[in-house]
Design a protein around this ligand. Structure first.
Ligand code: HEM
Length: 139
C-alpha cells in the first residue's frame, strides 16, 4: 500500500521537530514576528502539529480555532503570508523533506490563504493590532 504523506514525513515526532524549527524561524523573522508577540507558543506548536498531522492523513484531530476566526483582525498582508511560507520551506529543507512532499503539504495548507490574509500588500513587519484577541493558553 502507498504510504500516506504523514508516514513519509516520518510521523508525529518528525512533524513536531519541523514545527519546533519553523516556530523558532518565525520568532526570529522580523517580517512576521510582531504578529506572534502575544501568543501562547506551546499552544501554537501543539495546534500546528495537530493540524499538519491531520492534513497529512495522520492519526490526529485538530481541535483549535478555525482558520478564519484565528487570523481575523491580525491584519496579515500577502507579503507576510509569503514570508511565513518561506520560513516553512526552510524548515522542511532543513529536515530533508523532499520537494515532492513539500509540494503536497503546501497544497493542503495554501488554500487556507484566503482565511488568513486581510491586506493585499507586499509590505511586511506590520505589528499585531491591539484589538486582536489571542487564544487562551492550553490548560
Ligand atoms: C496557510 C497558512 C497558515 C496556517 C495553516 C496557519 C495555521 C494556524 C494555526 C493552526 C494556528 C493555531 C490556532 C489556535 O491556537 O487555535 C495559528 C495561529 C496563529 N497564526 Fe497562523 N496559519 C497560517 C498563516 C499565518 C500567517 C501568514 C501569520 C502571520 C504572519 C499567522 C499568524 C498566526 C498567529 C500570530 C497565531 C496565534 C494566534 C493566537 O495567539 O491565538 N498565521 N495559525
Amino acid at each position: 500500500m502507498a504510504q500516506t504523506l504523514y508516514e513519509r514525513l516520518g510521523g508525529t515526532n518528525a512533524i513536531a521537530a519541523v514545527v519546533d524549527d519553523f516556530v523558532a524561524r518565525c520568532a526570529k523573522d522580523g517580517r512576521i514576528n510582531g504578529k506572534f508577540a502575544r501568543s501562547d507558543i506551546p499552544r501554537l506548536k501543539k495546534m500546528l502539529i495537530d493540524q499538519v498531522c491531520e492534513a497529512a492523513g495522520g492519526p490526529c484531530t485538530y481541535a483549535g480555532r478555525d482558520m478564519k476566526e484565528t487570523h481575523a483582525g491580525m491584519g496579515v498582508t500577502s507579503g507576510e503570508f509569503d514570508a511565513l511560507v518561506q520560513d516553512l520551506v526552510a524548515s522542511l529543507d532543513q529536515f530533508d523533506v523532499s520537494k515532492g512532499d513539500q509540494g503536497e503539504l503546501l497544497g493542503v495548507l495554501s488554500p487556507m490563504k484566503s482565511y488568513v490574509v486581510e491586506i493585499d500588500s507586499p509590505e511586511t513587519g506590520a505589528p499585531l493590532p491591539g484589538s486582536y484577541q489571542p487564544a487562551p493558553p492550553l490548560g
